[in-house]
Design a protein around this ligand. Structure first.
Ligand code: NAD
Ligand code: AHE
Ligand code: ZN
Length: 369
């Protein structure tokens, strides 16, 4: 079938709105009509050419919501008409990783997914007779897409697509990093580096679990009012701190953060996030994705003296199990998504969504099909 897609033809160029061809679902796959998709910083990261796994031409987008319109042979867990959220971290419930409670990183299809292909090693998308690659197993910058059934979470039908699409990445990543990965205890002091689409969800997760101080760090002062609305108690702009940001944060927390979260993707702020943690027990969680060739560093003494350095993907969530629950949290008013969706646009204006992100004017832009 013909579908409308924003195609990443090459690194560093705007997306190109094209009609591409999409094959129907094969065994174990489902065809989804995508109703809405968020634009995450990771899409911009891959489009920039900094992603070692970035391949072109590809259809980016991994933060969507839609409806199942067809299923391939053998599909059992969803059927036509189901409302679903695509999962870039699938949940097969059978692999060594799914059977280990210590991780959410299902590896059932990771190898082909990283090559922009479906599990059978081929692409369902093509343009002018040539294959166009999938992205993170989702490719939500197309109005229809095909996914393996293990990579969709069935969600309730009264939830609005243009809001719950954000649960496909940003909301789950931020809130999940607090709840699943760090397991932040009530009364903890928390520092969040980067108050964008991920960091603000870390902040609302920290408030949800009853954190004490919630310190937000960002170069953009315009982030302050919204972050306060989501639970931030103190704001720090590193440009306005006279001197060392780490020393400033350690003083503010009277000894260091119990938990810090890096939500930028900058290896320098990753080091600051670790080093502002409390001696003896502080834990820093890396969420930000850094470009090819970047490496983190610190004095090993920081770890010898009890700080912990960890990372998280998709907030430690097991998508088919946890995503429907997060949709319930939203529908029950436990978490706020609406105020983070600052802009909406049709597909043919998607490049404006990337511009707004780079200019620091948006938190989340959502494309509505
Ligand atoms: P965003 O662009 O919305 O937000 C980034 C924020 O960081 C902005 O507010 C910006 O002003 C601030 N910032 C930039 N440089 C800074 C600096 N040096 N000091 C302080 N603040 C600075 O991006 P996002 O969508 O929130 O994504 C954040 C990061 O998380 C990206 O690297 C993205 O790729 C990554 N990410 C990771 C996962 C995961 O599963 N691990 C999931 C989603 C996104
Ligand atoms: N491909 C990159 C890494 C990108 C990355 O770390 N992706 C996160 C999700 S970011 C969502 O916005 C992730 O889930 N990672 C785990 C995985 O298996 O990809 C690189 O550096 O090669
Ligand atoms: Zn994302």
């Amino acid at each position: 079938m013909d579908v409308r897609a924003a195609v990443a033809l090459e690194a560093g160029k705007p997306l190109s709105i094209e009609t591409v061809q999409l094959e129907g679902p094969k065994a174990g796959e489902v065809l989804i009509e995508v109703k809405a998709t968020g634009i995450c910083h990771t899409d911009a990261f891959t489009l920039s050419g900094d992603d070692p796994e970035g391949l072109f031409p590809a259809i980016l987008g991994h933060e969507g919501a839609g409806v199942v319109v067809d299923v391939g042979p053998g599909v059992k867990s969803v059927r036509k008409g189901d409302h679903v959220i695509p999962l870039y971290t699938p949940e097969c419930r059978e692999c060594e990783y799914c059977l280990n409670p210590k991780t959410n990183l299902c590896q059932a299809i990771r190898t082909t997914q990283g090559k922009g292909l479906m599990p059978d090693g081929t692409s369902r998308f093509s343009m002018n007779g040539k294959p166009v690659l999938h992205y993170m197993g989702c490719s939500t910058f197309a109005n229809f897409t095909v996914l393996p059934e293990i990579a969709v979470a069935k969600v309730r039908e009264d939830a609005p697509f243009d809001k719950i699409c954000y649960i496909g990445c940003g909301v789950t990543t931020g809130v999940g990093a607090v709840v699943n990965t760090a397991k932040v205890e009530p009364g903890s002091n928390v520092v969040v580096f980067g108050l964008g689409g991920i960091g603000l969800n870390v902040i609302q997760g920290a408030r949800l679990v009853g954190a004490n101080m919630i310190i937000g760090v960002d170069l953009n002062n315009a982030r302050k009012p919204l972050a306060e609305k989501f639970g931030m108690t103190h704001f720090v702009n590193p440009k306005e701190v006279g001197g060392d940001i780490v020393a400033h944060l350690v003083e503010l927390t009277k000894g260091g953060a119990d938990y810090s979260f890096e939500c930028i993707g900058n290896v320098k702020t990753m080091r600051q996030a670790l080093e502002c943690c409390h001696k003896g027990w502080g834990t820093s969680i890396i969420i930000g994705v850094a470009g090819a060739g970047q490496e983190i560093s610190t004095r090993p003494f920081q770890l010898v003296t009890g700080r912990n350095w960890r990372g998280t993907a998709f907030g430690g969530a097991r998508g088919r199990t946890d995503v429907p629950k997060i949709v319930d949290w939203y529908m029950d008013g436990k978490i706020n998504i609406d105020d983070l969706i600052t802009h909406t646009m049709p597909l043919d204006k998607i490049n404006e969504g990337f511009d707004l992100m780079h200019e620091g004017k948006s938190i989340r832009s959502v494309v509505i099909y």
